[in-house]
Ligand binder design. Structure first.
Ligand code: PLP
Length: 480
């Protein structure tokens, strides 16, 4: 197995090197030269750990002892032994991806990535450790800190906007323990911080540092591949409960931002999982819905702040990988990505557009519909969902209404409702308090759903990282 850039198939690297590099030197994303194919029989009898081991072995054959890495990544880190349970809720099934250390689906990949990175550094015989730099608008920061804390040969710096995160998100980050973690609040907005991180990467290229710098965001193939597992696990759960028979098709509805999660679903299908449609759910930042209907990707619009902030994205980076898989033409991808950089938009040809329509369906959900959806799912099923999951549920309903397709539906639930108390309490008609911790208690009283353990304990934890810095000080902080 080799990896190459979506923009130049002659830029070839080993699997371990693709993980360490994160992104190709031409700005393209690494893709495998061959997609493994599994016999469904081989996968369906595995538990989550075994599934993850098989999938990672197949995509990264040069990384040894994968079963041990998987064990280290997940054992006792999740609140459920099976990692990602699927619940039957009304006419749909909900795949709960939020039982990890920070209660968002990003934990599934960000627990695994540090193990893959450490192992890759060893395989490559690099003598320098790796330092991760991450700008966060809230969620990714804590999930990355938690995944990377105390990982061998790695250290991590996380920057968050001083005024731009919730009380709980701040507390989650500044209480993170670990001898290799560094956290700073920065006096700037997310875009300022993100741009500065990119500048630090570029301007440090020729410096003789004691470590190599890389990023942990979802363009890293080592973050994408570990997300394939739960599609299989959820399918197996439905078979075990006799809701479907072995070999039946299912649909998945996926709340989408950077297109990583749903692309993992597409890969699950290529590997052999019988998926009929992948439903791409967006919020009011509906670049992907428009792309689906017109074949034109156009990011020239204002970013809207919504109640599902982790999907407030105008450039869905992982879409580039999908387009490559659909056309296998690196020159074509290179050309349209140049268009995206220079004009903010591109149009795909009819052949690609048709293939997308075969595999996917897409719609979006506005703030009002999101609130309504949380209310309805609670009233009808006594089941609490967060605003991101609500977009997925809404899209699934719309798909069924529109197509009449009754294939069993699995909605991916990407965050605990306790991470978004304000929206959820609002949807339940409660007059809520300002303080985030009081809101959690309030939501607990109304719903009876237990507060996740790490969130409940957070209030009493010591603040460790009290740094507040200027954007101009970020480089010194990163390289210290
Ligand atoms: C990141 C995130 C998403 C979007 O996932 P992508 O892989 O970026 O498409 C959806 N919901 C939540 C809660 C997230 O944190």
């Amino acid at each position: 197995m080799k990896y190459f850039s979506t923009r130049n198939i002659n830029e070839v690297v080993s699997p371990a090197n693709a993980i360490v590099l994160g992104i190709a030197s031409d700005g393209g994303l690494f893709v495998p030269d061959d997609i493994p194919h599994f016999d469904l029989n081989d996968l369906i009898n595995c538990n989550s750990f075994q599934l993850q081991t098989k999938i990672i072995n197949a995509f990264f054959p040069d990384i040894p002892h994968v079963a041990d890495l998987v064990e280290k990544a997940y054992f006792k880190k999740f609140e459920t032994a099976e990692l990602t349970p699927t619940k039957k809720v009304g006419k749909f099934n909900v795949l709960e991806l939020y039982h990890g250390p920070t209660y968002a689906f990003k934990d599934v990949a960000l627990c695994m990535l540090p193990q893959l990175l450490s192992a890759s550094i060893k395989v490559l015989g690099h003598e320098k450790p790796v330092r991760i730099l991450t700008a966060t608008s809230g969620d990714t920061g804590k999930a990355a800190l938690s995944g990377f804390a105390n990982a061998e040969n790695l250290s991590i710096c996380v920057f968050f906007p001083y005024d731009g995160v919730s009380d709980i998100q701040r507390k989650q980050m500044i209480t993170q323990r670990g001898n290799n973690v560094h956290v700073a609040a920065v006096k700037g907005n997310f875009d300022d911080i993100q741009s500065m991180v990119k500048k630090i990467f570029v301007s440090s290229k020729n410096l003789d540092l004691n470590y190599n710098l890389t990023s942990a965001n979802s363009i890293n193939i080592g973050r994408l591949v570990p997300q394939i597992m739960y599609y299989f696990k959820s399918y197996k759960d439905l078979v075990d409960r006799e809701q479907i028979s072995f070999g039946d098709h299912v649909n998945f509805s996926v709340p989408t931002g950077n297109f990583g999660d749903i692309l993992a679903g597409f890969l699950a299908k290529q590997i052999g999982l019988p998926i009929k449609k992948l439903i791409c759910a967006s919020n009011e930042n509906k670049v992907l819905t428009d792309f689906y209907s017109t074949g034109i990707y156009d990011k020239n619009r204002d970013l809207v702040k919504t109640s599902s902030p982790s999907m407030d994205i105008l450039i869905s980076s992982n879409l580039e990988r999908l387009l490559y898989f659909l056309c296998k033409d690196d020159n074509y991808i290179s050309e349209i990505m140049k268009n995206l950089e220079s004009t903010g938009k591109y149009q795909v040809n009819q052949e690609i557009h048709n293939k997308i329509k075969d595999e996917f369906w897409a719609t979006y959900c506005d703030n009002f519909q999101t609130q309504n959806c949380i209310t309805n799912v609670w009233n009808n099923h006594n089941y609490l969902i967060d605003p991101h999951t609500a977009c997925g549920w809404f899209a699934a309903e719309k798909y069924v209404d529109f197509t009449g397709d009754n294939t069993p539906m699995i909605v991916l639930s990407t965050a605990s409702p306790y991470k978004f108390c304000t929206s959820v309490l609002g949807a339940l008609g409660a007059n809520f308090e300002q303080d985030g911790f009081s809101q959690m208690e309030q939501l607990n009283k109304i719903s009876g759903v237990p507060i996740p353990k790490n969130l409940a304990n957070l209030k009493n934890m010591n603040n460790i990282h009290n740094n507040v810095i200027e954007v101009s000080q970020m480089k010194d902080f990163s390289l210290a």
